[in-house]
Write a protein that binds this ligand. Structure first.
Ligand code: AOS
Ligand code: ZN
Ligand code: ZN
Length: 384
């Protein structure tokens, strides 16, 4: 497939919580015009898709996006030209979870947490979502606080119960994170732990790579290559980090890393939607305008992808096979250093989109409308 065809078929999912107010534990700065309910988050997601043409799904978060009728929410999304994507569970915001959710020493709390995950699968049945995304804040703060190995047993038992509840076309995506909110042990701290659990569970369990969830200097593209080879990469949570789980705009901190990640995706033939990788954003726009930031983020992924597609794979392979280190590196850098913006502007024009999506959004008057119509917008729930 040629580069423009591959780019036309690319899909990126935006997160409902990125449209809502968010902040750090120090302060949430409210913005004008933020959505007051899940329906308005979908309205905003539809704007991102309208101007980029490649963001047709929006991820939900339960309970932040709890509604009476999920089928109605799905129908509403459809009317606006988007669809509901992954369902994100939340077993980190209840007082009962102080010592953990599915790994809590108290069997009653474990039951409550697992029931929430099962409820999320019920919701997926109604929204038509394929993916259940699991992130656990579970862990301990002090050596000796709880038995590390027993917590793995509890985690495995809960995951098994939820896995067995999945429908034929549904998947479980297990996300890992190095630390935070737990600071001594985290029960799913890295891709190896997530991979081992997914392997034990079966083919419907896959790993999520959140780009902000690693130690500084971690080679994320290696993880991408490894998991793709093993058939265990299910999704990305894209964002940027300078320090820890910063949740800044993807491509802002390290566009070269994003390119290297997307190159492994292209190399693994995993860009096409049928490959089953969900390319999601997991970001919070605490001080910048949200909708334009999300549009920009989608474009940043698209630019990195275009550069990855430009890599001359034959020349690269030849240089690699002949052990020509400098030429191999030069092939990759040639692609990375290409300005793909004119090509992407042409692609948008060909698709009937404005060549400059952010400018088109600003010109549309949408923000003026929502800032007057929406008073008292929602907070996402926490700093995400
Ligand atoms: C938390 O740090 C994670 O990145 C999760 O993906 C989280 O669940 C998400 O930000 C919203 O639920
Ligand atoms: Zn995430
Ligand atoms: Zn995170």
């Amino acid at each position: 497939m040629n580069i423009t065809d591959a780019l036309k078929r690319q899909r990126i999912e935006t997160p409902s919580w990125a449209y809502a107010n968010s902040g750090t534990r120090f302060k949430v700065f409210p913005q004008e015009g933020v959505p007051r309910d899940p329906y308005e988050k979908i309205d905003d997601a539809a704007q991102v898709h309208k101007y980029t043409g490649i963001a047709p799904t929006v991820a939900l978060h339960i309970p932040w996006d709890r509604v009476e009728d999920y089928a109605d929410l799905a129908a509403y999304a459809g009317e606006r030209g988007v669809a509901l994507g992954a369902v994100n569970s939340n077993v980190f915001q209840d007082n009962d979870y102080k010592l953990g959710s599915v790994t809590n020493p108290d069997a009653g709390v474990r039951r409550k947490a697992t029931d929430h995950l099962l409820e999320c699968v019920d919701i997926m049945d109604r929204t038509g979502s394929r993916d259940l995304k699991l992130w656990f804040s579970d862990g301990t703060n002090y050596p000796g606080q709880d038995d590390i190995r027993t917590r793995q047993d509890r985690l495995a038992a809960a995951l098994r119960e939820v896995y067995d509840r999945l429908g034929d076309d549904q998947r479980m995506l297990l996300e890992y994170k190095l630390f935070e909110p737990a600071f001594y042990t985290t029960d799913v701290p890295d891709w190896g732990t997530a991979y081992a659990h997914c392997l034990e569970l079966g083919p419907k369990a896959q790993v999520v790579i959140d780009t902000g969830h690693h130690a500084p200097g971690t080679n994320i593209e290696f993880i991408v290559a490894f998991l793709l080879r093993a058939g265990k990469l299910g999704a990305f949570d894209f964002n940027s980090r300078f320090y820890a789980d910063d949740d800044l705009m993807v491509g802002a901190a390290d566009p070269f890393q994003l390119f290297r990640i997307m190159y492994e995706i292209v190399r693994g033939d995993a860009l096409r939607p049928e490959a089953g990788i969900a390319f999601m954003l997991d970001q919070c726009h605490n001080i910048e305008a949200k909708i334009p930031a999300i549009i920009r983020s989608v474009l940043n992924v698209q630019e990195a992808t275009a550069k990855a597609l430009l890599v001359d794979r034959d020349a690269l392979r030849a240089a690699q096979d002949s052990g020509d280190v400098l030429s191999a590196n030069a092939v990759l850098m040639d692609a990375y250093n290409t300005d793909v913006r004119p090509m992407l502007a042409d692609l948008r024009t060909e698709l009937g989109l404005d060549p400059d999506p952010v400018a088109a959004y600003h010109r549309s008057g949408y923000f003026d409308r929502i800032r007057t119509e929406r008073v008292g917008g929602e907070q996402a729930g926490w700093g995400a």
